[in-house]
Write a protein that binds this ligand. Structure first.
Ligand code: DHB
Ligand code: FE
Length: 288
């Protein structure tokens, strides 16, 4: 049977990808940020998954106002890094896992969540920056990402967006789906985006480190209570783009303790301000 053994949480910021692609990671501005991921890159090598189920948001790259899926699962064999205006990032293509993705789609839709099936799309910084942070620089000519990735896109851009509670419940359905897959696979689930940031309007530049750190505390210790936080609290406290944090509740809902198992082990916790306009938070939780 396939099992979810760990969850990873990390912010994404396009400038982080650019810093890596342009060789700026050791500059004073970026050094402390990337230092927070040294542990994580080693952890990825020591705990190599067979598949990463990567929850992220598309930023009007693959999707647009033409069609707006609330939850979209990638069932393709591969995905190319998207051109977001400066050409595609020089990182490897993302290899998918169509068999497991199709199984999860079947199971989760039968558990009453409406997923959009995506057989072709490019993936933007929401997906490639977390991969770069966790796996390090990868030259597309030589390297590949360490394992297949199932992209799972959540609409947190165009209202109405899903609640934290629905995301948390969806995570539980994903765990059941993974555990009903016959092949022995070690699956990691990632929740990405956040933490506090606002990119537009009068409050552009907003950061709320206290709120972010309380979010990390509660995500670890009382996720079911955290799931009840209404959307307006995210926007008021963490800014208009801070709402990306609801995606972390999908990954957290898939952990064993939510289904009556033991609380996860906190393998790593990191917080850093700023990266561009964003407060960067990062957690690695292992199922016991
Ligand atoms: C920034 C952060 C984001 O989450 C994003 O999608 C785009 C830009 C930023 O801080 O610059
Ligand atoms: Fe974003």
């Amino acid at each position: 049977m396939a099992r979810i053994t760990a969850s990873v949480y990390t912010s994404h910021v396009p400038a982080i990808g650019a810093a890596m692609d342009l060789g700026k990671t050791q500059e004073d501005y970026w050094k402390p940020l990337f230092a927070g991921y040294d542990f994580s890159k080693q952890w990825m090598k020591d705990n190599k998954p067979d598949v990463i189920f990567l929850v992220y948001n598309d930023h009007a790259t693959a999707f647009s106002l033409d069609f707006i899926p609330t939850f979209a699962i990638g069932t393709a064999a591969e995905y190319q890094p998207a051109d977001e205006g400066w050409g595609p990032r020089p990182v490897p293509k993302v290899v998918g896992h169509p068999e497991l993705a199709s199984h999860i789609a079947q199971s989760v839709i039968q558990q009453d969540f409406d997923l959009t099936i995506v057989n072709k799309m490019d993936v933007d910084h929401g997906l490639t920056v977390p991969l770069s942070l966790m796996c390090g620089e990868k030259d597309p000519k030589e390297g590949a990402w360490p394992c297949p990735v199932i992209p799972f896109a959540v609409n947190v851009v165009q209202y109405p967006i899903p609640s934290g509670q629905r995301c948390f419940n969806l995570g539980q359905a994903i765990r059941k789906a993974v555990e009903s897959y016959d092949e022995d696979l070690n699956v990691h689930i990632w929740g990405t985006g956040g933490m506090s940031h606002q990119l537009q309007g009068a409050r552009a530049g907003l950061i709320n480190a206290d709120w972010d750190n309380k979010f990390l505390d509660r995500l670890i210790a009382e996720p079911a209570e955290l799931a009840k936080v209404p959307h307006i609290d995210y926007v008021r406290e963490a800014g208009s783009e801070g709402i990306e944090l609801v995606m972390w509740l999908i990954a957290r809902g898939a952990m064993a303790d939510v289904a009556g198992g033991k609380p996860p082990k906190v393998a790593h916790r990191f917080f850093h301000v700023p990266a561009s306009n964003t407060a960067v938070g990062h957690l690695i939780l292992e199922n016991n």
